[in-house]
Design a protein. Sequence first.
Length: 254
Amino acid sequence: MQEVAYAKINLALHVRAREPDGYHRIETIFAFAEDGDVVSARPRESLSLEITGPFAADLADEPDNLVLRAARALGASAALTLDKRLPVASGIGGGSADAAAALRLLGGAAAKQIAAMLGADVPACLLSMTARGEGRGDLVEPIHIEGLTGTPLLLVNPGVALPTASVFAAWDGVDRGPLSDWVSGRNDLEPPARRLVPEIGEVLAALAGARIARMSGSGATCFGLYDSEKARDAAASAIAAAHPAWWLLKTRLR
């Protein structure tokens, strides 16, 4: 059995306040790619996790992986494999999507409750459908955006890990207003992320030909939405030629 841990993007992300407990109140629109990491399971009397894939080494020093935490919370026994295809600490779901995939794969009536305990993005990733997120991002309501499904999507990361906590800590604390329409929205975490990783500006410039280009989540991955797969693929070829060290994923929105 296997389950895709769909890559998450934030079509828009407005930070409204820093709460007394240090967390932040946000408003965001989640959307998901058709591709991502892959979690698989085989029957076994105990619980184990093997990590493979191009970004496996980045999780080598993480003994308490979110996939394992999700499985333990369910009381599951299985031989799990995480095929890590997406870069770590990159603003596209990562461990949250992996944990959500494990919860879907292993089942259990308590999956939604466990998702909320594992992290702010896990409830949205458990759903893996277009949704509005409020609170810490964990209050999730599915929404329909006409014409979004199937939209050609290009994800680009400059190869720099960017911890979420560092970006939120660098936010200037200014509430720039509510999120009403994602097209005219923004990502309030982009300015602090760009101060920490200036290469984000280069990525966004490279995506300038997209219908919409923004940073996802806390970065450093950025996305471009295109009117056709031909336009997306042409942009991907140009970016790969100019920046061979960058990570790219050509996909579509679910």
